[in-house]
Design a protein around this ligand. Structure first.
Ligand SMILES: [Zn+2]
Length: 303
């Protein structure tokens, strides 16, 4: 077992692990509280909610992409932060004068505790229907247990009764349309969500890019995810080819979100717009994946 096991989750979606974690392994699941997930301080760091573009808002903590898409016909929330993260998200909604009961859907990027950790609580607060990639519905219902990579290491409150959706499915909620782009690999139901937001006459395609990282994953001969390699490769190609005017992500560092925001705050009005970011992220994730795959195949004598 490698010494970085405690960093697995932090590394799952962000390349830079939290250096404060030390090298000890995590306690066994039975002794592990739900807040085992929240070991990256930015995942619970308060952040004033703000408009990203048009009807799309940032409503999560500083270090996680939790987004709100608004419409008079009902709102859509994407992701729910870490276990215990719901009150901050709810407070941010109220700051924006959003009645949580007007949130009709909660979309999930993937069923790991840093994104689905408090979806169950948010579903209870809002009464919203939870929607996720079909292959993550079971992982949500199991509260992250029996994960193909993490096993029972990072539990969260089970999300019961999520609606599973498949690649290409177009979801319509009143005036809102969100397109499902299945991007399996990181989890089997990992999903990239895309929608259109407009300001005045200018409409942009916003994309919440699903995580494509695979740090410390078992890539070869994983009986719990036998299609892993083909899944990742298809997802890299798909995300790279998406129309992606304004890239968002479950972890802001995936698409340099705060760097772009800093430029916008300094007066560069369109700093968030960069149609190369989805492709750039997918290509760099693919490079990392293939290097690690070659290493693991070499270790197994399969090369
Ligand atoms: Zn993850």
């Amino acid at each position: 077992m490698r010494p970085l096991i405690l960093l697995l989750l932090a590394a799952a979606c962000q390349p830079a692990p939290d250096p404060s974690l030390g090298s000890g392994g995590p306690p066994p699941p039975a002794a592990q509280p739900a807040d085992a997930c929240a070991h990256d301080a930015s995942w619970t760091e308060p952040q004033e909610p703000f408009r990203i573009y048009g009807n799309t808002w940032h409503v999560g903590p500083r270090g996680l992409g939790v987004f709100l898409i608004t419409a008079p016909t009902g709102h859509v929330l994407i992701d729910g932060g870490v276990p215990g993260g719901a009150p901050m998200i709810e407070a941010n909604l109220r700051t924006l004068d959003i009645n949580p009961r007007d949130v009709k859907w909660i979309l999930v990027s993937h069923a790991h505790c840093d994104h689905a950790g408090d979806v169950a609580a948010l579903a209870a607060i809002t009464g919203a229907e939870v929607i996720a990639g079909m292959e993550d519905v079971e992982l949500l219902a199991g509260g992250g247990m029996d994960d193909p990579q993490y096993a029972d290491r990072f539990p969260f409150a089970p999300v019961i009764g999520a609606r599973g959706v498949t690649d290409g499915e177009i979801l319509q909620l009143g005036e809102l349309t969100v397109t499902t782009h299945a991007s399996p690999g990181h989890t089997r139901g990992n999903t990239t969500w895309a929608w259109t937001s407009c300001e005045d006459e200018r409409c942009l395609q916003l994309v919440d890019v699903g995580s494509l990282s695979s740090p410390d994953y078992t890539l070869v001969n994983n009986p719990k995810h036998p299609t892993l390699i083909a899944d990742y490769e298809a997802s890299f190609a798909k995300v790279a080819a998406l129309r992606c005017d304004l890239a968002l992500a479950p972890h802001p560092g995936m698409v340099d979100f705060w760097g772009r925001m800093a430029r916008r705050d300094q007066g560069e009005a369109d700093a968030l717009l960069d149609p190369t970011l989805c492709r750039g992220y997918a290509e760099s994730a693919r490079e990392n994946f293939r290097a690690e795959l070659a290493r693991q195949q070499g270790e197994g004598g399969e090369r």
